[in-house]
Design a protein around this ligand. Structure first.
Ligand code: AMP
Ligand code: ZN
Length: 118
């Protein structure tokens, strides 16, 4: 069924607490934890607890939860005090964009000059 946990999915295992992570925020629908290979002083991943392969698929199926992920990304930025200096929210989508974990996730990056991308 759509959204059900996938046995071979690393982030479903983190949601189930079968794989450890440094969790910084948790809500009924989302989890936020530090990226294991940080690319900036703050690098937190915000994921929905339900399994969808990317952010767009999540938004199409469960728009309210996609909104929760985005709101939590903003809360992480406030907690980490990068909301005023600026931060970037990234949804890598597909292998050509560097996506390696096919469970929807938002990267929240900040704490250094991120430079203009687009
Ligand atoms: P992406 O490349 O957009 O699919 O992002 C996946 C991210 O997950 C990468 O930035 C990895 O460093 C991160 N990652 C992989 N395994 C773990 C883990 N066990 N705990 C935290 N972050 C992880
Ligand atoms: Zn998953």
């Amino acid at each position: 069924m759509a959204g059900e946990p996938q046995a071979d999915c690393l982030f479903c295992k983190i949601v189930a607490k079968e794989v450890p992570a440094t969790i910084v925020r948790e809500t009924e629908t989302t989890l936020a934890f530090r990226d294991i290979n940080p690319q900036a002083p703050t690098h937190v991943l915000v994921i929905p607890k339900v399994h969808y392969p990317n952010g767009a698929a999540l938004a199409a199926a469960e728009p309210a939860i996609a909104g929760d992920v985005l709101r939590e990304a903003g809360e992480v930025a406030a907690d980490e005090k990068i909301d005023e200096s600026g931060y970037r929210i990234i949804f890598n989508t597909g292998p050509g964009a560097g996506q390696t974990v096919f469970h929807a996730h938002a990267h929240v990056l900040g704490g250094r000059d991120l430079q203009r991308l687009v």
